[in-house]
Ligand binder design. Structure first.
Ligand code: PLP
Length: 422
């Protein structure tokens, strides 16, 4: 890992000079000023939704990772949020990258990141994407089927492989992955033998306990199982493995501390330092979630007795697809820049039962029900903190409302907690 300057000014300087970030568009602000900044954008924007991305938030999380899991190299999972600003920041901070496709590899390489800082961590890849990885020198990938070994042998015979195993426990993950990916215990030996016959080096093991995991014990069980696979490889006469990839599943906050303690102790037990194993992980949510705040405009209102119904210009088919695909719950705060300029955060005022709809003509496009919100007007704003993970990344342009068109404003907040109005 790079030594990241502790001094905020030096850190800002590092990020301002990062390829892919335009120093002129990074606004340094004090924490108190974040709300002010958000308001100033909302007032001058043509009422379109926008994101605020806090570079200081992501830099603080990077520090945090380096302190809590110092031996584990992070490969940021681009799929979680491929926004150019977070990719550029992660590259400048010294992160490596987990890419799932040709396009993700291209966007990371475009920042000047060398291909040996990328893992193509998709166990089932289109052949054309494998050929692309071969052409640009991305030489580490994952697999969990014989068919994938054959594709890699044909399209990228110089690639090294990690065998992805299915963890026995999904850690209570919000998005378990084990029903789709990971070799079962009885499949491991045949897969290792197939790779050996194909003359492809299996250099290590990877797993993912599932995204949004809550029970950290799942890491211990998976790390222990990975050790078993290292031993199986030796028994089968393969060259000794030397890479362990513990995947993602981390969420920033107290649960990360708990996960780090569990991971460190399992690593100490099953992969002690003297084995000289390269340890890596593929965190996505950990870095992206809290660094992005979304502001949306109220474009419609209906009053039904005491119920207030609002339409906003982003929804389930856009950033809030996380409610469906990521099983997320979202929360919002009012910013009444039109109806209540003197007290835009509406503290202390009367609240109403409210429903918030997205902009498309589908009733499924309902973002929130049973919310307590003030009596807002068309033109007021709702602010959604912690909207960086699996939001814009999976949005569509259904009904012509394009998530890809949402502007991101990059700031560097003094406190670096990333989240406006939290
Ligand atoms: N690596 C792989 C292979 C994944 O499929 C995912 C998420 O689906 C991630 C990493 C990132 O996981 P998380 O956001 O939970 O850290």
């Amino acid at each position: 890992l790079l030594a990241i300057p502790a001094n905020p000014k030096k850190k800002l300087h590092l990020l301002q000079n990062a390829p892919g970030l335009n120093p002129k568009t990074i606004t340094p602000i004090s924490q108190h000023g974040l709300l002010h900044f958000l308001q100033s954008i909302a007032l001058k924007s043509p009422n379109e939704p926008f994101y605020i991305f806090d570079l200081a938030g992501v830099a603080a999380l990077f520090d945090h990772w380096s302190q809590s899991l110092p031996t584990v190299r992070p490969f940021y999972a681009v799929k979680c949020n491929p926004n150019q600003a977070i990719l550029a920041a992660m590259a400048a901070l010294g992160s490596n990258f987990d890419c799932a496709s040709r396009a993700e590899i291209q966007s990371v390489l475009a920042l000047g990141v060398s291909p040996d800082r990328i893992i193509f961590a998709n166990p089932c890849k289109p052949e054309s994407h494998i050929e692309f990885a071969a052409a640009v020198g991305v030489n580490l990938t994952t697999f969990d089927s014989v068919n994938e070994i054959e594709k890699i042998r044909r399209c990228h015979p110089k690639s090294a492989l990690l065998i992805r195993i299915k963890p026995s426990d999904d850690g209570g993950a919000r998005c378990p992955l084990g029903n789709k990916y990971g070799a079962l215990p009885e499949e491991i030996s045949p897969l290792l033998e197939a790779a050996k016959s194909a003359e492809l080096p299996v250099v290590g093991v990877s797993f993912h306990i599932g995204s949004g995991a809550t029970e950290t014990g799942a890491y211990s069980a998976a790390i222990a199982a990975a050790r078993g696979v290292f031993e199986t490889a030796v028994r089968l006469g393969l060259p000794p493995m030397n890479v362990l990839n513990i995947g993602g599943g981390f969420t920033a906050g107290p649960q990360f501390e708990e996960a780090a303690v569990t991971v460190n102790s399992a690593l100490k037990e099953y992969f002690p330092a003297e084995l000289n194993i390269t340890l890596m992980a593929e965190p996505g949510r950990f870095f992206a979630e809290s660094a992005f705040t979304l502001a949306v405009n109220i474009i419609g209102k209906r009053v039904r007795g005491d119920l207030r119904e609002y339409w906003i210009n982003d929804g389930i088919y856009g950033s809030m697809n996380c409610i469906l695909y990521d099983h997320a719950t979202v929360a919002c705060r009012p910013l009444a820049l039109k109806s209540n300029r003197k007290n835009p955060t509406c503290g202390g005022g009367r609240m109403y039962d409210a429903t918030v709809f997205g902009p498309t003509c589908d009733a499924l496009d309902t973002v929130l029900t049973g919310q307590q919100l003030p009596d807002l007007e068309v033109g007021d704003w709702l602010v959604f903190p912690k909207m960086g993970a699996y939001t814009a990344a999976a949005g569509s342009n259904f009904n012509g409302f394009s998530t890809a068109a949402i502007e991101t404003y990059v700031v560097y907040s003094e406190e670096g907690n990333g989240t406006v109005l939290d």
